[in-house]
Design a protein around this ligand. Sequence first.
Ligand code: FAD
Length: 433
Amino acid sequence: MNIAIIGAGWAGMAAAVAAVQAGHHVTVFEAARTVGGRARALDAAAPDGTALALDNGQHILIGAYTESLRLMRLVGVDVDAALLRLPLVLRFPDGSGLRLPDLPPPWDALLGIARARGWSWGERLALLRMAHAWQRAGFACHPGDTVAQLCANLPARLLEGFIDPLCVAALNTPAQEASGPVFLRVLQDSLFSGRGGSNLLLPRVDLGTLFPETAARWLRGRGAIVCTGQRALSLAAGRRNDWQVDGTAFDAVVLATSSTEAARLVSQCAQTAPYALTVPMCDWSASAQALRFEAITTVYAQGTPHADGRLLPEPMLALHGDAGHPAQFVFDRGQLGGPPGLLAFVASASRGERAQTERQVLEQARQQLGLAGLQAVQTVVEKRATFACTPGLQRPAAAIAPGLQACGDYIEGPYPATLEGAVRSGTAAVQAL
Ligand SMILES: Cc1cc2nc3c(=O)[nH]c(=O)nc-3n(C[C@H](O)[C@H](O)[C@H](O)COP(=O)(O)OP(=O)(O)OC[C@H]3O[C@@H](n4cnc5c(N)ncnc54)[C@H](O)[C@@H]3O)c2cc1C
């Protein structure tokens, strides 16, 4: 088939790889000048003016991201070199928090919780009891439960120091509003999918190199066309069971754009589509249009590294976040292949505007890390970073019409908005054509 893929984020690139592997002719349309979408490399400048490769946002992968890892290897990424693999750590600057040992599940979680620093025995037992109850219930709960309701019986220190940061890191939605069932599914897949599933994988290369740019080279090398700087303006149902993208006919189309852009293209297409397709297309478009979003702000700041090149004791630390202290995590990019002393602060579910968030994060670094004199390098606010992962959310299905599929992190599936959800839906969309 002659297939058009609209959008070259991680989902679109996964779809394009699957389509080329299945022997189809593939054309990818990408509106931006670079591929990667919401997980892309960003050219920036260091305070002294030298070129700096950053990302539009600091990302973490976990060992259970099997499809992402498979695709990276397939397009030629040396995964062991490109990702720093660490046991799951959720440590604060004072050393309190959790670090799982390298053991098969459930022993890693059991021992990790038993040895957690700064928690009383009562708190550790409360968490173990709760984890056991979730496992006994098959990691299922009432569809309307929020994460806060699910964890209501846990002591306040565990909520603030463990559940809240874990929830906001995984679902980018505060625990009071986040979906309990999706949270449990993430816990199940990371903690019980097998040895290493809960490992943190921290990129040591920029996000473009990690997959989308390497995939684009792999695709072009196999005859696929990847057009950047080319926004698909219109989609129409053709007369011969084909689909027209800006007037060019394709046997099938995969919409791999954001949900809002997919909703626009599908609702516009419904206006001239055959009668039988009009209602399902309008319904699909309405469900994609109904999603709400959460922002993520990444503040890059430069400090003076120690003699060993490090600025933090670990590549990643948890921070105490609240309304006036927006960051929940900080990464030492100097320990991740970046220039020594460069930190990336991540404020998930961030609500403030850019200059204010940047100021607050620098002050938070002074208070919680003892780092005065950090110099802001670049602050990236992604207003629509992920959909708000709330209980009972109806996400759009992948199938829109015969020969027309959608993929992306927002498509119906078990995961919140993640790289893994995006690539899984990309691969599945092509298999369903
Ligand atoms: C700051 C930040 C931090 C994050 N952290 C993590 C993390 O730590 N771990 C994790 O797993 N996930 C994380 N995520 C989520 C992850 O980045 C997304 O789930 C994933 O990138 C979504 O990929 P996608 O392909 O579905 O969509 P997108 O990346 O949005 O791709 C859509 C593409 O379509 C293009 N496009 C749109 N309209 C058109 C058109 N008309 N024609 C042609 N092209 C078009 C866009 O330019 C874009 O390139 C984070 C996201 C952000 C923003």
